[in-house]
Write a protein that binds this ligand. Structure first.
Ligand code: GDP
Length: 421
């Protein structure tokens, strides 16, 4: 395999601004579509007397997935640049995006924001930029797309860049770190090659900008946090909890603690990909065995950490939430299910402490009676059963959650402070 470093990339932006087309273009330009598949479609296209088959193939394929109702049409696609291997993670708008993103299933490191040059900043552009900031995206690359539609007009490009910069300033996103690129996903301008259609554009191509992204720092310095996904009994070994290490390192011989079950012991064995290892790192999916721990002592939703720095268990916590969709209003006393890492616990919103302007973060109202779709607020939450969760300022990987009710994600948030049990 390659020794390229890995990045999870989100592609965000208003509907129809060209996200899928851009992903298709990236896959195509980086040769990520298998050769035999291209060959097959080339033959078919030639038989039908159609030119420009290759890119069309990728797009047809994506369109077909969308028709089948596959919600992950552009998600989980992979492509490589010289520096990185990218995985496209779920994108906003997809059913489980927020849930996946904040439960760590598809935490994006960086994002490409697609803004159509003819349409400019649109409602979902705003929403996704705000969400990116809330959920801890490091850097945004902005593709000012569909430049072909505006005749590659430089002043149109500058206008959109300026509007996006205003938006960044409003939501408190660091605009200095952002790279702006004049693209046409459809025609392929400035995606892998500098385009002759934009002689006035002197910045990098999209692939160059992706290649130049800073490396995501692996959270190895934080204490060990390993949310338990399942607990098995394996003959010859005993009880084997499994899960993915979110932060820190697990070594054989470490003394660990499971919270909120509040049991612990010494790590006897660690297994990864059916092989025994001495230590495991963030991102590793492991099964392990702890001396003295039986199958009924621990459960899914527990978090494993060092015995001398155990996972935090919350009596109550305060959190910043964004209400995505709710048919009516949310008031104090509301008790939906909170999904945090592998835990699902009913939690009561005890008080709504303040309502904030979602685009600026400024306080709009202290102690409001209710919040509704589109609102951002600070709330105090009381889990109805013990829940291990961390302040997002200390361990972001364990500090966010999705709020689910009636089969949908109604809000997302991050933990500000934990009042320990
Ligand atoms: P998404 O909803 O953001 O994923 O947008 P799509 O990728 O599905 O694109 C929406 C429409 O815009 C489709 O008809 C695309 O063919 C078209 N489109 C996307 N990018 C470009 C572009 O750069 N130029 C032009 N002219 N059309 C584009």
């Amino acid at each position: 395999m390659s020794d390229e470093r890995h990045q999870n990339l989100a592609v965000i932006g208003h509907v129809d601004h060209g996200k899928s087309t851009m992903v298709g273009r990236l896959l195509y330009e980086t040769g990520s579509v298998p050769e035999h598949v291209i060959e097959q479609h080339k033959e078919e296209a030639e038989e039908k007397g159609k030119g420009g088959f290759e890119f069309a193939y990728v797009m047809d394929n994506l369109a077909e997935e969308r028709e089948r109702g596959v919600t992950i049409d552009i998600a989980h696609q992979e492509f490589s640049t010289d520096e990185y291997e990218f995985t496209i993670v779920d994108c906003p708008g997809h059913r489980d995006f927020v849930k996946n993103m904040i439960t760590g299933a598809s935490q994006a490191d960086n994002a490409v924001l697609v803004v159509a040059a003819d349409d400019g900043v649109a409602p979902q552009t705003r929403e996704h930029v705000f969400l990116s900031r809330t959920l801890g995206i490091d850097e945004l690359i902005v593709a000012v797309n569909k430049m072909d539609i505006v005749d590659y007009d430089e002043s149109k490009y500058n206008e959109v860049v300026s509007d996006v910069k205003d938006l960044f300033a409003q939501v408190g996103f660091d605009a200095d770190g952002a790279t702006f690129i004049a693209t046409s996903a459809f025609e392929g301008d400035n995606v892998s090659d500098h385009s002759d259609n934009t002689p006035w554009y002197e910045g990098p191509t999209l692939l160059e900008a992706l290649n130049d992204l800073p490396e995501p720092s692996p959270p190895t310095d934080a204490p060990l946090r390993l949310p338990i996904q399942d607990v098995y009994t394996i003959s010859g070994i005993g009880t084997v909890p499994v899960g993915r290490i979110e932060t820190g390192i697990m070594n054989m011989g470490d003394n660990v603690s499971f919270q909120p079950s509040d049991v612990g012991g010494e790590v006897k064995t660690i297994e990864m990909h059916h092989e025994e290892v001495d230590k495991a790192e963030p991102g590793d999916n492991v099964g392990f065995n702890v001396r003295g721990i039986g199958k009924d002592d621990i459960r899914r939703g527990d978090v494993c950490g060092p015995a001398d720095d155990p996972p935090t268990v919350a009596e109550t916590f305060t959190a910043q939430v964004v209400v995505m969709q709710h048919p009516s209003v949310i008031t104090a006393g509301y008790t939906p299910v909170f999904h945090a890492h592998t835990a699902q616990v009913a939690c009561t919103i005890e008080s709504i402490d303040k309502k904030m302007d979602p685009s600026s973060g400024e306080t709009q109202e202290e102690n409001p009676d209710f919040i509704q779709s589109g609102d951002a607020a600070v709330v105090t939450v009381r889990p109805q059963k013990p829940l291990s969760i961390e302040p997002s300022g200390e361990i972001p990987e364990l500090g966010s959650f999705a709020v689910r009710d009636m089969g949908q994600t109604i809000a997302a948030g991050k933990v500000l402070d934990v009042n320990e049990a």
